[in-house]
Design a protein around this ligand. Structure first.
Ligand code: ADP
Length: 410
């Protein structure tokens, strides 16, 4: 993957030096299978909370995980994980990350600061040097996932991380309902697009409120803003995490929220994001780039068809018609007809996800299949009429698709 040339390299560095540094970074990260950035348009939206909980969640799923906190302006990972005051071990030229349990390694810029105001006085080149050093000199070893808690915004620091990381799998953009209104998310998305960084999805944090007494969720802002925006921009919507006092408590006590086995809306939302990230293990990079980045406004729609019309029984179709569309021009770009694998529980959702599908237009569909698609961030329209794929796609793109009853809910 190519990146645009750097805009913010340290003063006085020659091209050769930069090349050598980049080679060191690539070498140091060569055994890291997936690199994921957690980004946000502004600070205080819960980016570090999400990054830390995602890392813990992946490690609880027995993945080898690194969590790198380079949020220079507010390195809160040490607090969230109860690692404040830890001293980094330095061995010659290398630094050892702090190990939590068998599968999670953590490095934070916070470990280098005497107090949180220190970084504020650092000049740009200094910040970039520290970021580089963390990518080049921290001994991560072999990892399944490296989660990077990036500085907020779209300025020099996130820019240099994206450039230095090279072939990252993509970014998770964290936002709040207020930020959606301020279109900061759009800025973050175009930032990623300009840098050829796939957007893995948008996560709406602090969306609604969970009452600490009764556990009931109240929606303070109107619902669906994030989902609509993601749909318009052709990116995944990763879900909503409510304002939950248990998250604040977890952060304050250094006990990551997901480390306790909870069964509420917040836990479900975290699990959804984790499942989405775990799916990267089954995906080729080219597929991700095509669907999420280059064709960011494109949708891949799947329609189960029998005798040329939408099948009313999702699992019993002859063919899946897969159509690539352009959300902006509302045009169909191409169509292919695929024979699905044998119908067994759970097979079709995995297969369609692997085909890069992000919308399904269905007649009837069972609850379990709907849940599996939701976990894979695939939008499902159920109860569509038995019409030709062309007319259904056209109606969907023009927002005129009339979905009726789910006549085959098994
Ligand atoms: P950022 O990294 O974007 O600056 P943080 O992750 O440090 O934000 O979160 C800022 C504050 O918001 C923290 O005190 C954290 O506990 C709190 N917070 C984050 N997400 C939630 C949530 N869903 N519900 C309640 N508090 C939250």
């Amino acid at each position: 993957m190519t990146r645009k040339p750097g805009l913010c390299e340290a003063e006085g560095n020659t091209t050769n030096q930069l090349q050598t540094e980049q080679e060191h970074i690539n070498k140091n990260l060569e055994h890291v299978r997936h690199k994921i950035l957690v980004l946000s348009g502004k600070g205080g939206v819960g980016k570090s909370t999400i990054a830390a909980n995602l890392a813990v969640s992946l490690s609880l799923a027995n993945k080898r995980v690194g969590l790198l906190d380079i949020d220079i302006h507010g390195p809160s990972i040490p607090k969230i994980l109860n690692l404040e005051g830890r001293v980094i071990q330095v061995l010659g030229e290398t630094m050892l990350p702090v190990q939590i349990g068998p599968d999670l390694k953590v490095m934070s810029i916070g470990f280098l600061l005497r107090d949180s105001d220190d970084a504020v006085i650092w000049r740009g080149p200094m910040k970039n040097q520290v970021i580089k050093q963390f990518l080049k000199d921290v001994k991560w070893g072999s990892l399944d996932f490296l989660i990077v808690d990036s500085p907020p915004g779209t300025g020099d620091e996130p820019l240099s991380i994206v450039q230095l990381l090279g072939d990252a799998d993509g970014a998770i953009i964290v936002t709040t309902p207020q930020q959606l209104a301020l279109s900061d998310v759009r800025k973050s998305i175009s930032f990623c697009r300009n840098l050829n960084m796939p957007v893995l999805g948008v996560l709406e944090n602090m969306s609604g409120f969970v009452c600490p007494k009764c556990g009931e969720q109240t929606d303070i802002f109107s619902l669906g803003g994030g989902q609509d925006m993601a749909r318009q921009l052709g990116i995944h919507f990763l879900g909503r995490i409510p304002i939950d006092p248990q998250i604040v408590q977890a952060c304050d006590t250094g006990q990551p929220y997901v480390s306790n086995d909870r069964r509420n809306e917040t836990a479900k939302a975290f699990s959804q994001v984790t499942q989405h990230v775990l799916m990267l293990e089954n995906q080729g990079k080219t597929e991700k780039v095509n669907v999420n980045q280059k064709g960011a406004r494109k949708m891949r729609i799947a329609i189960p068809v029998v005798e040329g019309k939408l099948s009313q029984h999702f699992g019993h179709c002859e063919t899946f018609v897969i159509v690539d569309t352009d959300g902006d021009s509302r045009k169909v770009l191409n169509r292919k007809d695929l024979t699905p694998p044998r119908h067994e529980p759970g097979v079709l959702p995995t297969w369609l996800h692997g085909e890069g599908v992000n919308v399904i237009i269905a007649g009837g569909m069972g609850q379990r299949a709907q849940q599996l698609f939701a976990q894979n961030q695939i939008e499902v329209v159920v109860g569509a009429p038995a019409e030709s794929p062309e007319s259904l796609v056209s109606a969907y793109l023009n927002n005129t698709l009339q979905a009726g009853e789910n006549i085959c809910d098994h």
